[in-house]
Design a protein around this ligand. Structure first.
Ligand SMILES: NC(=O)C1=CN([C@@H]2O[C@H](COP(=O)(O)OP(=O)(O)OC[C@H]3O[C@@H](n4cnc5c(N)ncnc54)[C@H](OP(=O)(O)O)[C@@H]3O)[C@@H](O)[C@H]2O)C=CC1
Ligand SMILES: O=C1O[C@H](COP(=O)(O)O)[C@@H](O)[C@H](O)[C@H]1O
Length: 522
């Protein structure tokens, strides 16, 4: 017995060689090896599955396996034992030193992989994962072709990390390079938010519950708010973040993906291209902003020193690697409009930033108020119904409803009808996405037209930021962004609904919120 679980309900993966570029890097150690280990532990990988890692640092197979084992102690919750499961996984791991700037190193890698394929049947299939800096993506794809590595007897697939370009022009150029070596169907562009359990659940909540779909439009919904707040700062990623800012780091990809999942039409069938077609239509209807509209609908900010969880933290400008006087935005809020029949007139508010009070991602769908109020809460107000989808750290949802407070008066209180599931039971986003790519399911990867349209939306905002026509507001670490972001939310609801992080909303917190709303809406 290897100790490997026999998980019959999930799909067994096809045999293949998994070629991991950037195998010594942070992503490989933090996410990819733990994800593959879990797939192995669950009995989902077949005999013919091997990982061949490559990067410039020199390791023997044994040395590299030890390195992966050590990093697993930090990156798999609770660490992993040195038992049969690990040993049988380690046997699958190989390492070949190489530099992606040198085509001859690809030939060397090719020879090694051919040897691995001779020793065990991998079905002639190869998966290439580019876990490297984006500047290497295009050239690596071309060298894969030139060295013959991409000529396989079975299937070949390319998984590519974000960021996919810096703007539309560079993304299109990169796409052309990739397409000269791989077909669109062979390219799996990662957006790890699409691997999150509750992001995938949005479709199920919407399309498997008959009570929501009839209400899911501008007749019943007043607004949608999507918040993704982080407590961390730029950490040691300034060299990347200084050029990206939150607009390219979070909005162009994760935030727009959540907008698409919330706003898309039901697909005609549960098929990859049918789903992606519906998502793309949302981006086609997303109103694009010129500079004047950016000024009205977009707010950006940069964190200053403050406190997070009682700990003093420095401002962005004091962080390691940040240029003096940097204008990089670490926070952005925007009011978006999707100009189609379903959503005309419904504002979609999005906000995301670093060094905010809690780590939380939530989607709040606010239903319209009653045409006439018969009942009121203790402040003479009546809160709206909300459907809140909680993406992380809690995975779940709640519906905010009004009920009668027990007693002889007719006072109404808001309650949260709540569902949550333990997040440690869900596969990590990377585990789920690797599994999908290995079985050839690209539903939760981004198609080129999605990426292209997302850049077309983002580029004018980036230009407005670059020519300083929109102010860069300051906010203290530990705050919910600048005041201007609060001012953006007009009409119903008039406030940003709170996000609760680890907490569960209580009647008191919901009432406080209604009170705030009553004041703001006036
Ligand atoms: N880290 C994370 O959590 C996340 C990362 N990403 C994305 O993943 C990608 C990788 O990020 P990350 O792992 O953090 O980056 P790292 O800098 O930690 O790793 C880069 C890897 O590339 C290798 N490398 C660098 N130059 C060469 C070269 N000339 N030839 C061959 N290999 C080379 C490095 O190894 P060596 O020095 O040994 O050559 C290393 O293995 C990026 O696109 C990033 O945006 C996306 C989401 C999250
Ligand atoms: O892609 C990125 O996402 C993380 C946030 O991801 P989460 O899963 O922790 O919500 C963000 O910190 C990082 O800057 C960005 O590159």
């Amino acid at each position: 017995m290897s100790g490997v679980e026999n998980q019959t309900s999930a799909r067994q993966l096809p045999p293949h060689v998994f070629v991991l570029f950037g195998a010594t890097g942070d992503l490989a150690h933090r996410k990819l090896f733990p994800a593959m280990y879990q797939l192995h532990r669950k009995g989902l990988v077949p005999d013919g599955f091997s990982v061949v890692g490559t990067a410039r640092t020199k390791y023997t197979n044994e040395g590299f396996r030890d390195e992966v084992f050590q990093s697993m102690q930090s990156f798999v919750k609770g660490g992993i034992p040195n038992d049969d499961v690990w040993r049988s996984f380690a046997e699958r791991i190989h390492y070949v030193p190489g530099n992606v700037d040198k085509v001859e190193d690809f030939r060397n890698l090719h020879d090694y992989i051919s040897q691995v394929e001779e020793e065990r049947d991998h079905g002639g299939n190869r998966m290439f994962y580019l876990a490297m800096a984006p500047r290497f993506f295009g050239e690596t794809a071309l060298f894969l072709k030139e060295s013959g590595l991409a000529d396989t007897k079975g299937w070949r697939r390319l998984i590519i990390e974000k960021p996919f370009g810096h703007n539309h022009e560079s993304a299109a150029a990169l796409n052309e390079q990739l397409r000269s070596a791989f077909e669109e169907e062979e390219i799996y562009r990662i957006d790890h938010y699409l691997g999150k359990e509750m992001v995938q659940n949005i479709e199920v909540i919407r399309f498997a519950n008959s009570m929501f779909e009839p209400l899911w439009d501008n007749r019943s919904i007043a607004s949608v708010q999507i918040t993704s707040s982080e407590t961390v700062g730029v950490e040691d990623r300034a060299s990347y973040y200084e050029k990206a800012g939150v607009l390219r780091d979070m909005i162009q990809n994760h935030m727009l993906q959540m907008v698409m999942m919330t706003a898309m039409e039901p697909p005609s069938r549960l098929r990859t291209e049918a789903i992606r077609d519906e998502k793309v239509k949302v981006l086609r209807s997303l109103r694009r902003y010129d500079i004047e509209e950016v000024k009205k609908n977009v707010v950006r900010g940069q964190y200053r020193a403050g406190e997070i969880n009682g700990q003093a933290v420095p401002g962005y400008l004091e962080e390691k690697g940040v240029a003096p006087g940097s204008k990089t935005e670490t926070f952005m809020a925007a009011r978006l409009f999707i100009d189609n029949f379903r959503w005309a007139g419904v504002p979609f508010y999005i906000r995301t930033g670093k060094r905010m009070p809690v780590k939380s991602t939530e989607i709040v769908v606010q239903f319209r108020n009653m045409p006439k109020h018969l009942f009121f809460n203790q402040d003479g107000n009546l809160g709206p119904n909300l459907l809140v989808i909680r993406i992380n750290p809690v995975e779940g949802m709640y519906m905010q409803l009004n009920v009668k407070r027990p007693g002889t008066d007719n006072v109404v209180v808001p309650i949260a009808m709540e569902f949550s599931q333990p997040s440690d039971k869900s596969p990590e986003a990377y585990e789920r996405l690797l599994h999908d790519a290995m079985i050839g399911d690209s539903t939760f990867f981004t198609r080129w037209d999605e990426v292209s349209l997302a850049w077309k939306f983002v580029d004018p905002i980036a230009e407005a930021f670059a020519d300083s026509s929109t102010p860069l507001h300051e906010y203290a670490s530990g705050e919910w962004g600048p005041q201007a972001a609060t001012d953006l939310v007009q009409g119903e609801p008039g406030i940003w609904w709170p996000v609760y992080g680890e907490k569960v909303p209580s009647v008191e917190s919901l009432l406080m919120c209604e009170k705030a709303q009553a004041v703001e809406v006036k």
